[in-house]
Ligand binder design. Structure first.
Ligand code: GDP
Ligand code: IMO
Ligand code: MG
Length: 427
């Protein structure tokens, strides 16, 4: 598996960080291809808990090159804080590389993200307020500031002047916020520039060289398929493409270079922020998932909404990214349920049964889940390391999912810890 894309198959927080960390042990390079510090990827290594936002989840292995690709958006202050925090804990950042083409999240992006959410009121998206959407807006509008601009202070100030001319009007006139001075914004940025300069590189070239040398490269997705700006539950999505295809545009490699696409799905579903979620539970079962799964956002601390596994959405995710393998995380959380349910199809408002994910949002918003029930299991799974050690009913649940989505499940999460996993990726 020289080039493997690891992507979220749901609404984010599937456990991508843990999976990437596990596979990074046998990889040479890990590259993030989209998103920014809206992401929160947790790795539990022994007693140590790491919450990564921008730094790729391979950083705990010395020697593994960690790339922040051109498709990501980087908040320089947040990245400096993350680097400092990791260094304080003895993690070496020597192998970190940042694409010169990655766009930078500016202070006005963060201000506009918050202001826009306030303006939307009850129609708000529930963003992480990290400035992600406004930063990608500026990228598309061709007024963005890129990592490489940190290397040329003169250009940086010129670009900030152009961008702020327009942004200040919006900040001041639309939102009644203070204007920002280009010189002051540039001065702040240049402080971070000192710190970040050694990491900025031509990362597309580095990845190409690694692949040519036969090295193993992981492409780490952030967020998840259902938050994809094109294919997710628009407008309740993030502003980038988390699906596997974006690993190419977000790092600068061609699609023929990718060998494996590993989707990551929880054994149930969670979602943070607003938007439709057909299998959401408002009952004691949902509460149990929340408590046993400790379902609170890694980035914002918000409580995650919980529900039964949605096979319609999962099949959709498999299709959109051409997944060749699936990691099923947090199976341990489902121990102790009298029965476990799988959403096999949706019932639309007209009573029709849908097995394919509906493309029309009005239809999707009106969908009710059609469940298949299976008997639950009581056994604790935290020590299971092989398929044979799983209780038969847990195994039946896993087999039913693999059969429904027609993709082999090669990793099963049985606990938070790094090695609490049934690992068949190489099998
Ligand atoms: P990511 O954004 O996809 O990397 O996921 P997060 O780190 O935001 O959220 C996943 C949470 O589940 C983290 O707290 C992980 O430590 C935890 N986790 C991952 N896999 C498992 C598992 O198999 N079992 C349990 N109990 N927790 C897990
Ligand atoms: P990881 O990588 C879960 C959600 C937000 C909101 C929507 C848009 O840890 O899986 P944004 O700030 O991106 O404009 O918010 O997307 N969201 C996530 N939900 N996990 C994430 O990242 C998320 N990143 C953004 O809650 O609903
Ligand atoms: Mg997360």
């Amino acid at each position: 598996m020289p080039a493997t894309v690891v992507i979220g198959a749901q609404w984010g927080d599937e456990g991508k960080g843990k999976v990437v960390d596990l596979l990074a042990e046998r990889s040479d390079m890990v590259a993030r291809y989209q998103g920014g510090n809206n992401a929160g990827h947790t790795i539990v290594a022994g007693d140590e808990v790491y919450k990564l936002h921008l730094v790729p989840s391979g950083i705990l292995y010395p020697g593994t090159v960690c790339v922040i690709g051109n498709g990501t958006v980087v908040d320089p202050g947040a990245l400096c804080d993350e680097i400092d925090g990791l260094e304080k804990r003895g993690v070496s950042l020597e192998t970190l590389r940042i694409s010169g083409n990655a766009h930078l999240v500016m202070p006005y992006h963060v201000m506009l993200d918050g202001a826009s959410e306030m303006r939307l009121g009850k129609f708000s998206i529930g963003t992480t307020r990290r400035g992600i959407g406004p930063c990608y807006e500026d990228k598309a509008a061709r007024v963005g500031i890129r990592a490489q601009d940190l290397l040329d202070p003169k250009i940086l100030v010129r670009k900030l002047e152009v961008a702020l001319e327009h942004k200040n009007e919006i900040l001041e006139k639309l939102y009644g916020m203070p204007r920002l001075e280009p010189q002051a914004v540039a001065a702040d940025l240049l402080e971070h520039a000192e710190r970040l300069r050694p990491f900025i590189a031509d990362t597309a070239l580095l990845i190409d060289e690694a692949l040519r040398e036969g090295k193993r490269v992981l492409f780490e997705g952030a967020q998840g398929t259902m938050l994809d700006i094109d294919h997710g539950t628009y407008p309740f999505v993030t502003s980038s493409n988390p699906i596997a295809g974006a690993a190419c545009t977000g790092t600068g490699i061609g699609p023929t270079r990718i060998d494996t696409v590993l989707g990551v799905s929880k054994a149930y579903v969670t979602r943070v922020g607003e938007g439709p979620f057909p299998s959401e539970l408002g009952d004691a079962d949902g509460q149990r998932m929340l408590e046993r799964g400790n379902e609170f956002g890694t980035t914002t601390g918000r409580q995650r909404r919980c529900g039964w596994l949605d096979l319609v959405a999962l099949r959709y995710a498999v299709r959109l990214s051409g997944m060749t393998q699936l990691a099923l995380t947090k199976l341990d959380v489902l121990s102790g349920f009298r029965e476990v349910k799988l959403c096999r199809a949706y019932r639309d408002r007209d009573g029709a049964e849908l097995v394919n994910f509906p493309y029309h949002q009005t239809v999707f918003h009106g969908c009710q889940p059609i469940y298949e029930s299976m008997p639950g299991w009581d056994e604790d799974l935290s020590e299971c390391r092989t398929l044979e050690e799983l209780p038969p009913r847990a195994r039946e649940y896993v087999d039913a999912i693999a059969e429904a989505v027609e993709v082999p499940i090669t990793l099963i999460g049985t606990g938070q810890g790094r090695h609490q996993v049934i690992d068949q990726v190489g099998a």
